[in-house]
Design a protein around this ligand. Structure first.
Ligand SMILES: *Cc1c(COP(=O)(O)O)cnc(C)c1O
Length: 404
């Protein structure tokens, strides 16, 4: 069989399951309102939770960074790609996490995917067992597959199962790996309980805070601040392309762990450092996150979350036959679980026709039968924006109920 025939057959199978994905073209910057495929849409899908990607001060800092540093970094960090701008970012983040991680040090990566790959494959050697939460992000799952360590999965938020697995383990090093905020459900990992288990079993806790950084905690430092955690067992991965509004990622951990990543993480050593202009702009982003603008946007996020959840619960009450459900989320990720792939795509299409972009999420990203609208809120959404979404969903629900 030729490769092209082979792939065509696979593509047909994807289409037959209503699983075909399509790219949409944005014609301007990310914000609650964006021109997509030539149409202005009100967006409930970005992970730019604080609206910083569209903040003029960030664009200005990026331009200033480009004027100072030019374009790319030109080399990997250990050759000549590591600039004073990179160092200012990692120094600042080390200060942010010093209250949570004794002897905290920070190392930067170009993306969160790369940071997760570095942590899990570098620390997950043949002496290690990885305890991986069932709903972990794809990058953590891929990283565990690449690691030499034994990998044991535990069911979502199931502390009893994790305890049993830790008890049974004879591995010299134990690494519990979890998302802090689950990206398709919006719920929080029970980090205090996970950390207590780590203490009890002499394990280490890798926390991927992609959706908590900037959003949670009084100063936006994320889930560690939210829970008030403090332990040398914490290995934090934060990403900077979501609430920070730019790009990149970091690992904050005990200095020895970070030194080992610097010496051994192949995707740190053999990959070009991020453009220094981005690092320069990240300093502005951090100042906004912990300053009055960040505080105000986090407060607005909480208000919009409450408004949205109240509205969705009323809608579910009015249309019980649709079987829609909310998740136990207290974050800007507020999914509406619809069930079937075709149903969720029809719903997303109806919203798009009404001028709203909310992505339908299907298996394998989520479990079969739990296809959902992944609604995400932004700190710059207004009450009117959320009302517009609720009104459009109300119309779509009435239509789907008639068809059912
Ligand atoms: C987005 C995301 C990542 C990947 O981060 P990028 O910087 O986008 O590569 C990792 N983990 C989680 C939980 C994410 O949601």
């Amino acid at each position: 069989m030729s490769l092209l025939d082979h792939l065509s057959a696979k593509l047909s199978a994807i289409a037959a399951q209503s699983l075909t994905r399509t790219l949409r073209r944005a014609d301007d910057g990310t914000a609650p309102r964006q021109n997509i495929n030539g149409r202005p849409l009100l967006m409930f899908c970005s992970n730019d939770y604080l609206g910083l990607a569209a903040e003029p001060a960030i664009a200005e800092a990026l331009a200033e960074g480009a004027r100072t540093w030019g374009g790319g970094s030109g080399a990997s960090p250990l050759v000549s790609g590591h600039s004073a701008a990179h160092e200012a970012v990692t120094d600042m983040l080390a200060r942010w996490y010093a209250p949570h991680i004794p002897q905290a040090r920070t190392i930067g990566f170009c993306t969160g995917y790369m940071a997760n790959l570095a942590v899990v494959t570098t620390l997950g050697d043949e002496h290690t067992e990885i305890f991986s939460e069932q709903l972990n992000h794809a990058s953590l799952i891929d990283a565990a597959r690449l690691a030499k360590a034994k990998v044991t999965r535990f069911p979502h938020a199931d502390l009893t199962a994790l305890r049993a697995a830790l008890t049974a383990s004879t591995a010299r090093v134990k690494l519990i790996v979890t998302d802090a905020v689950f990206s398709m459900d919006g719920d929080l990992a029970p980090l205090p309980a996970l950390l207590a288990l780590a203490d009890e079993f002499d394990a280490w806790l890798v926390v991927d805070d992609a959706h908590g950084f900037g959003v949670l905690g009084e100063r936006g430092r994320g889930t560690l601040e939210h829970f008030g955690l403090h332990s040398e067992r914490l290995i934090l991965v934060g990403t900077l392309g979501k609430a920070a509004g730019l790009a990149g990622a970091f690992v904050a951990a005990h200095a020895t762990i970070v030194e080992y990543l610097l010496q051994s993480a192949r995707n740190f050593i053999f990959s070009t450092a991020s453009p220094p202009a981005i690092e320069h702009a990240l300093l502005t982003s951090f100042a906004l996150i912990e300053g009055p603008l960040g505080t105000a946007r986090r407060a607005n996020l909480v208000a919009r979350q409450t408004q949205l959840r109240d509205g969705l619960l009323a809608l579910i009450d009015q249309h019980p036959r649709l079987g829609w459900q909310l998740t136990d989320s207290s974050t800007p990720i507020q999914p509406l679980i619809v069930g079937g792939n075709a149903e969720v795509m029809a719903l997303a299409a109806a919203l798009e026709a009404a001028g709203l972009r909310v992505p339908g999420i299907r298996p394998p990203t989520v479990a079969a039968g739990t296809a959902r609208l992944r609604i995400t809120l932004c700190g710059t959404h207004t009450a009117t924006d959320v009302d517009a979404l609720l009104t459009a969903l109300e119309r779509a629900a009435a239509t789907q109920e008639q068809a059912a």
